[in-house]
Design a protein around this ligand. Structure first.
Ligand code: DLL
Length: 443
């Protein structure tokens, strides 16, 4: 049992000092850094300079934080168009690391780090782990994939810098994950929430009860997951499941994290300046209003990102968090503006389906949304696994469950979808990011 655990929780940890800066001081720091990063991007990145020139804006026009609205946006396509190194602001002999994120099509996007960038990355990951109540003495099993994906090395160096003991196991090989968790006394697991579901499902099959292990915390991110999912996971594993957020273009994991309140994610805004915009009009939205998260890296050297449109939908919460951190929070990201699909004219997000399914007892948290088109109209089928207990019920009971699920979805999205109950273990399990939507319309 980890002796530090009980004192951790929301207690102030020295490594997290920047989380608690007086707001005025934080704003001063941000404006100072915003001016510097704008100048750096203007001086060293052709695409950015061209866009600023086209708008008739110079770095000297940025004098207050509000002036950020003068700056042009950056989007994912810009990274593709300048593949591989076109957005770098540092010479190659200062770039010490590259990562890449495989997009849905063609070439990946490439991101770069100087030595200082790596220091910042480790520091925001240290703050992430501290916010989730971890400290030296914790044994952190890192099941995020190592490699070009930022999850593995990002979490690795952060946990090490915190002084925790890191097990660099990477994703996959579930039986070995469980054995190590048990034998090494893992106290925290870093993984995608969908991979943790796989671990959760496998453990009893090999005779391990996760609730009896020293495991106390799950540091889950890299994909959307709902509060309903958390309600399922926490009691089943007897852990606290924390949501952490980040994206390769900005740094990787370490952009934001929940604290022990588990209510919205603090953004490490001394390094990543958040704005919320209307994705249609591109106008900034007031705090509390839902819109697209736009991030500007305030300290990145190798690859500064100015007003990067994340496509992630959330809102900024400005009320003080009871944990005492002064950095602002965002609501959990339930959806991306580009993962929406339209059925019979209605906009639907996968997270709405997840919320509806998990609100009903008798289902396993494994589902898939299949989109088809018969030549005239789009259709959707939601496939959900039932628990082995529910599966052995009578036909009548199964039909009752199907109807319950169907109306639970209808209550949330206002239309009826085809709902198919499938046998336990038929939906593919993920070792990284889950693919919830199977879109067969394009074939
Ligand atoms: O997924 C970085 C990461 C690794 C974050 C490990 C957290 C933990 P990318 O592969 O570039 O980077 O994917 C970034 O994943 O724009 C979101 O759409 C989604 N995402 C990441 N974290 C969350 C989260 C990493 N907590 C994209 N909730 C982002 C919802 C998330 N979506």
């Amino acid at each position: 049992m980890n002796e530090f655990w009980h004192d951790a929780g929301c207690a102030f940890h020295p490594v997290s000092a920047p989380d608690y800066l007086p707001v005025e001081q934080l704003r001063q720091l941000q404006i100072h850094r915003l001016k510097a990063v704008t100048q750096r991007a203007y001086d060293h990145v052709a695409l950015f300079r061209k866009r600023m020139d086209a708008r008739g804006v110079t770095p000297a026009d940025v004098q207050t934080l509000k002036d950020i609205a003068l700056l042009p946006f950056t989007v994912k396509v810009d990274l593709r168009d300048t593949y591989p190194f076109g957005l770098f602001a540092s010479p190659m002999n200062e770039v010490v690391r590259l990562h890449a994120s495989s997009g849905t099509t063609g070439k990946p996007i490439v991101v770069a780090y100087t030595r200082d960038d790596l220091r910042v990355w480790a520091s925001v990951m240290v703050r992430t782990f501290a916010a989730c109540g971890l400290d030296r003495g914790d044994i952190v099993q890192n099941a995020y994939g190592y490699g070009l994906f930022t999850g593995g090395l990002g979490a690795h160096y952060g946990a090490e810098a915190l002084g925790a003991t890191v097990i660099p196991i990477s994703g996959g090989n579930t039986d070995r994950q469980i054995m190590i968790m048990k034998d090494f006394g893992t106290t925290a697991l870093c993984a995608t929430p969908s991979y943790f579901l796989r671990i959760l499902e496998r453990a009893p099959q090999i005779g391990v009860d996760l609730r009896e292990l020293p495991l106390k915390a799950g540091i889950f991110g890299a994909e959307p997951w709902t509060d309903e999912m958390r309600k399922r996971i926490e009691p089943e594993a007897n852990i606290k499941a924390y949501d952490i957020y980040g994206l390769s273009e900005i740094i990787g994991p370490g952009v934001g994290s929940e604290c022990c309140e588990q209510n919205c994610l603090h953004i490490f805004e001394d390094h990543f300046y958040p704005e919320i915009i209307d994705p249609e009009t591109l106008e900034p939205l007031p705090d509390g209003t839902e819109g697209e998260l736009v991030l500007t890296t305030l300290s990145k050297q190798a690859m500064p990102m100015i007003r990067y449109r994340t496509r992630d939908i959330t809102s900024l919460q400005t009320e003080a968090c009871p944990c005492g951190r002064t950095i602002r929070r965002i609501r959990r990201i339930s959806r991306r503006s580009d993962d929406m699909f339209i059925i019979r004219g209605v906009n639907v997000y996968p997270s709405q389906i997840e919320e509806a399914l998990l609100a009903v007892e008798g289902t396993a948290p494994h589902y898939q949304i299949v989109l088809t088109n018969d030549g005239t109209m789009d259709d959707v089928e939601v496939q959900v696994e039932v628990t082995p207990e529910a599966f052995s019920d009578t036909v009548g009971a199964m039909e009752g469950l199907r109807r319950k699920l169907s109306s639970s979805i209808e209550r949330i999205i206002n239309i009826r979808v085809n709902l198919r109950l499938v046998e336990p273990n038929t939906i593919q399990r993920s070792e990284g990011k889950a693919k919830r939507v199977l879109d067969l319309r394009k074939q």
